[in-house]
Design a protein around this ligand. Structure first.
Ligand code: XIL
Length: 323
């Protein structure tokens, strides 16, 4: 036995939330997985289970089994639970095709979805990603089924619908907007417009998938501060740190650890208190299975390795929490 605190204890001591995205099948089948998740993290989010596709196997049914498993796990272990995600253009059910609906019907479809899902978890989910990835990489509005039919109104509507049935904090979430850049400028403008219209937005989630080129931590801190100046809370919601597969650094574990440390420090300096990593251990990272990512990026972006052993990144995060 050692007296060394776990990551979770270090986070609790600093009033910080350190989280992991959770796969319900791994929870059910792998004791090391759930032990690591509950001993080392004080926040969870379902990685996929709350997305519209997994939740809605057919036109008339919802299947909440997997989502409930993750939310229950969070509840039982006294963890902060992030809900991900109510409105997104990806991972929709195969049976859902926009051309089957008029624009009015689409709006009603989305309202019913938000009310059903956010309403079910009233009091159990602490924060919701209400809208995910509505802005394109060049800063224009992303051309999605929702935007195409409903225009920018769908964002304000989605936040209002979520607010009608949920007591959670409501977030806009996106990738590639972690530092000051064209896309985060556009998101800043979008959120300012939505707030001006009275949309009940509490915060912004910066995903922080640092997969090849890593953003400058000083610019991340400046970005966090400007969103806070809009009155928004800022959380880092999907962090993982990888490298271009064809050009990794000589000492990837060290560079990875330093980047984790710098982001936690930037976050804490700016007064942000939540960082969720996108998986429990390297063997469960999406980078190994998603599209061609395994060719493009290194596949060990998390705090624990394939055997659940602590990596240099783990020590770096813990150190940054205790500084
Ligand atoms: C990813 C999951 O990790 C994968 O398992 C799934 O196949 C695709 O989606 N941005 C998001 C997350 O908001 O929902 C995505 O999660 C990663 C990028």
């Amino acid at each position: 036995m050692t007296d060394e605190p776990t990551l979770r204890e270090a986070a609790d001591d600093s009033d910080f939330r350190i989280g992991a995205a959770i796969d319900p099948d791994a929870l059910r089948s792998d004791p090391s997985y759930w032990r690591t998740a509950s001993n080392e993290f004080n926040a969870v989010t379902p990685e996929n289970a709350l997305k519209m596709g997994p939740l809605r196997p057919s036109r008339d049914t919802y299947d909440f089994g997997d989502a409930d498993a993750v939310v229950d796990f969070g509840d039982r272990n006294d963890m902060y639970v992030r809900g991900h995600v109510l409105v997104w253009h990806n991972q929709k059910p195969d049976w859902f095709q926009a051309w089957d609906y008029t624009d009015d019907q689409l709006r009603e479809f989305l309202r019913e979805h938000v009310h059903t899902v956010a309403g079910r978890y009233h009091g159990r989910i602490d924060a919701w990603d209400v809208v995910n990835e509505a802005v394109a990489d060049d800063g224009s509005m992303r051309d999605t089924v929702w935007y195409d039919a409903l225009g920018e109104d769908y964002l304000a509507d989605a936040f209002r619908w979520a607010d009608e049935v949920s007591d959670a904090d409501l977030y806009y979430n996106d990738y590639g907007a972690d530092a000051i850049n064209e896309k985060s400028d556009a998101i800043y403008d979008l959120l300012e417009r939505l707030l001006d219209r009275g949309a009940p937005i509490d915060g912004v989630g910066l995903q922080m998938h640092a997969l090849g080129d890593h953003p400058d931590p000083d610019s991340v801190a400046e970005n966090i501060r400007r969103f806070q100046d809009l009155g928004l809370d800022v959380q880092i919601t999907e962090m993982d740190v990888a490298f271009h597969a064809d050009d990794p650094p000589a000492n990837p574990d060290k560079v990875q650890a330093e980047f984790y440390r710098d982001v936690i420090a930037a976050c804490r300096d700016a007064g942000c208190d939540t960082v969720v990593t996108w998986g429990v251990h390297d063997a469960s990272t999406w980078l190994r299975t998603f599209r061609d990512f395994s060719d493009r990026f290194t596949g060990d972006p998390l705090l624990f390795d394939d055997r659940y052993d602590e990596k240099p990144a783990y020590d770096a995060v813990k150190g940054a929490l205790r500084d």
